[in-house]
Ligand binder design. Structure first.
Ligand code: COA
Ligand code: AMP
Length: 632
């Protein structure tokens, strides 16, 4: 039996023994009473009774154990041409001081702090400072518009809002103040203050009585010590898209999270303390939380914080330049980034120029098409590992565990379930399906440490949205299958969530925006295949009777509306007017069929279709819009 199988079996047969041992890699202020308390099955508690501080394990511990002068963080900003480096001691000192500033502003254990900042070191300092004093951070991705920010502020009810004067996208500076002003106007909850980081590319005019400049907030602050927290105290809330316009607040605990991330660095990523580890994502997403901020630091690595894109900042060699310059050993990014690089540098000339010396490349966030994986593998000549996870789990559900045992790579598959995850595939009747057959992917509970213990301010949420469909199992929302060798392939979402350039978005939320337009009677948004972004949303609307306005004008208003309400990151660029939407006789819009037609996938027209002509009309419209796209 291989090492993987041994560990995997043990993790399911004796979860308490398995994770109890893994937890020894961390410093606990008080040892747990129970590794896993399942007295409330809907709310499993890992390391119940234990006390820990995540920031202490991420920073202070390494300083004591000889890494004080090792680099903890390298900020490489391709969009501003800057690099800044922080040793573990420097980062700890900045974090402790900012934690002191938070305390001075009245923030304490359990208080929420919303962070709306771009990829700058101060954002990480702020996250760790919250962790240090037991405040709960909630980071909001900068590509979301004011109403999305407002929804999160209103739900998390932060004491403090931290923002930066601008983000920098290639070719444009994005001022944040208009979004902050609007969000605070929309939100019923108002934080007691804002702390603002001024960037010289665009300084914001501060609002007296509301905004405090970052340096001002630090004045007179005393470095704060790490506070012992219960293992199950929340570390952060991260909102993610569900099937409606209201995002779900995924809660992360302290103990289980730290244990799982530390374990994953060694056994999944095969990363070694002291090495540079780079997750080319954004701190606004779970990949950023787990693998830019917490995991590399918990493991004593040097984490890279990159402000830029894979292409255009300045060219398709950006990633290879960063890797060579900072001696990165492990890269983690989304397949879309590689599709962008491949499109501009198919022969891999920039790879030859910079000569990156990577051990492995990890891809996640969306399904990785085999072409892209093979392209990367052939050019880089290293293992390219597709692995699968979600905001809810916080770390990979399935991967090829490089640090444990590297299995032969099968492009198109995320390889094997990781220890702790008892993955099953079920049909609509919740019965397990045989190998090779596709179905809904579920995980037998309890989920391993690190996975969501609950949804914020929604006590029944976990049960309602994830646990009730298949009793005793967590519904992942993804579909897929196991092959004969036990390899797991993830084929896509089975709900209304889509992945646009690795960004998780809800078509339901976009439909809510379209439906709010004065001229729209009904609408459908579906995700269709896109050769760069994996998926992009396309909207179809039926106008109200009597609307005489020009259709192109209405469509451009709809596109603008989604940009203003959800944000540019939604990438909603195609809307079209139809006479009617294809539906079943019971009134269900045939979104799945529309999607298959747009993707050129074989499909059956449901026998229950109400009006076949509506589907014909839509098929012709899709053709005029260029769908299905030509492959290759
Ligand atoms: N603040 C403000 N605007 C933002 C933003 C931010 N933080 N992030 C993205 N946007 C805007 C972009 O400027 C773009 O606006 P536009 O419509 O005016 O051009 C829009 O949102 C879409 O952004 P993006 O999806 O990043 O597309 P892109 O065309 O700029 O770049 C890729 C395409 C593939 C290079 C890019 O998506 C990428 O690098 N993806 C990596 C994926 C990733 O990090 N995933 C995270 C999970 S692992
Ligand atoms: P997020 O919560 O933003 O991390 O998005 C999670 C979703 O991204 C998953 O539910 C999947 O739909 C998708 N996803 C992530 N990784 C993969 C992968 N390796 N293969 C296929 N889909 C993936």
């Amino acid at each position: 039996m291989g090492r993987y199988q041994e560990m995997f079996d043990r993790s399911l047969q004796d979860p308490e023994g398995f994770w109890g041992e893994a937890a020894k890699a961390l410093r606990w202020r008080k040892k747990w009473d129970r590794v896993l308390d399942q007295s409330r099955p809907e709310l499993p508690q890992w390391f119940q009774g234990g006390q820990i501080n995540t920031c202490e394990n991420a920073l202070d511990l390494h300083i004591e154990s000889g890494r004080a002068d090792q680099l903890a963080l390298i900020w490489d900003s391709a969009v501003t041409g800057s690099v800044a480096k922080f040793t573990y001691r420097e980062l700890r000192n900045e974090v402790a001081l900012f934690a002191g500033a938070l305390k001075k502003l009245g923030v304490g254990k359990g208080d929420r702090v919303v962070i709306y900042m771009p990829m700058v070191p101060q954002a990480i300092v702020a996250m760790l400072a919250c962790a240090r004093i037991g405040a709960v951070h909630s980071v909001v991705f900068g590509g979301f518009a004011a109403p999305e920010l407002a929804a999160r502020i209103n739900h998390a009810k932060p004491k403090l809002l931290l923002w930066s004067s601008c983000g920098i996208e290639p070719g444009r500076v994005v001022p944040y103040k208009p979004m902050i002003d609007k969000a605070l106007e929309l939100s019923a909850h108002k934080p007691s203050a804002c702390v603002v980081l001024q960037r010289r590319q665009h300084e914001a005019e501060l609002v007296r009585g509301r905004d405090i400049e970052w340096g001002e907030a630090l004045k007179g602050a005393e470095p704060a010590a790490c506070v012992p927290l219960s293992s199950n105290d929340p570390l952060y809330i991260l909102y993610t898209s569900g099937t409606t316009g209201q995002p779900k607040g995924i809660v992360r605990d302290n103990g289980g999270h730290a244990v799982a991330l530390k374990w994953s660095m060694e056994f999944i990523y095969g990363a070694r303390p002291g090495e540079a580890y780079w997750a080319a994502s954004d701190i606004g997403w779970v990949v950023g939380h787990s693998y830019i901020v917490y995991a590399p630091l918990l493991h004593g690595c040097t984490s890279i914080l990159y402000e830029g894109k894979p292409v255009g900042t300045p060219d398709a060699g950006a990633f290879w330049r960063v890797i060579a310059q900072h001696d990165v050993k492990t890269l983690f990014t989304a397949p879309t980034a590689f599709r962008a690089i491949k499109r501009e540098d198919a022969p891999g000339n920039f790879i030859k120029k910079h000569e990156p010396k990577l051990r492995a490349l990890f891809l996640a966030g969306e399904r990785c098409d085999p072409d892209t994986l093979v392209w990367a593998q052939e050019r880089l000549k290293i293992p390219v590992i597709d692995h699968w996870w979600q905001t809810e789990t916080g770390w990979p559900i399935a991967a090829n565990p490089l640090g444990l045992e590297l299995f032969p790579i099968k492009p198109g598959s995320a390889t094997k379930p990781m220890p702790g995850y008892d993955v099953r595939i079920v049909d609509e009747a919740a019965s397990e399906v045989p190998k090779g057959k596709q179905g809904a992917i579920v995980i037998r509970t309890p989920l391993p440490p690190g996975c969501l213990p609950s949804l914020y301010e929604d006590p029944d949420g976990l049960n309602r949205l994830y646990l009730s469909r298949v009793p005793g199992h967590y519904l992942t929302g993804d579909g897929g299958y196991f092959d004969e060798d036990g390899y797991l392939s993830i084929m896509g979402r089975i709900d209304d969530v889509i992945n646009v350039a690795g960004h998780r978005l809800s078509t339901g939320a976009m439909e809510e925006v379209l439906a709010a337009h004065q001229d729209v009677a009904e609408c459908a948004v579906v995700g269709v295949d896109d050769s760069l972004k994996g998926e992009v949303p396309v909207g179809f609307v039926v106008l109200k009777a009597g609307v005489q306005r020009e259709e192109p004008q209405i469509c451009s208003e709809l596109i603008q509306l989604v940009r203003e309400r959800i944000g540019p990151v939604a990438c909603f660029k195609t809307a079209a007017v139809v006479k009617r939407l294809p539906k079943t006789r019971s009134g269900k819009i045939l979104r799945g069929t529309i999607r298959k037609i747009a993707d050129g996938v074989e499909h059956k027209v449901p026998a229950t279709i109400e009006d076949p002509a509506a589907l014909d009309e839509l098929t012709q419209l899709l053709q005029r819009l260029g769908y299905p796209q030509k492959k290759g």
